[in-house]
Design a protein around this ligand. Structure first.
Ligand SMILES: [Zn+2]
Length: 59
């Protein structure tokens, strides 16, 4: 569990993080991947963990 990439300052608001599908833990990492918005198969691929803080995204 390495949290050195987490920046504790200037967090976006929780409400904004929810509306923009951001990580509820650090509110910075993206919940979904948007590698190719023109390919519907991978349009809304959900990350297994937060790319910023490593928080697992469990449904
Ligand atoms: Zn996170």
């Amino acid at each position: 569990m390495c949290a050195t990439k987490v920046h504790s300052h200037s967090k976006p608001s929780l409400l904004k993080s929810v509306l923009t599908n951001k990580c509820s833990h650090c509110r910075r990492g993206d919940l979904y991947q948007y590698h190719n918005p023109y390919n519907l198969k991978t349009f809304m691929k959900m990350n297994e963990t937060c790319p910023v803080c490593g928080q697992p995204f469990e449904i």
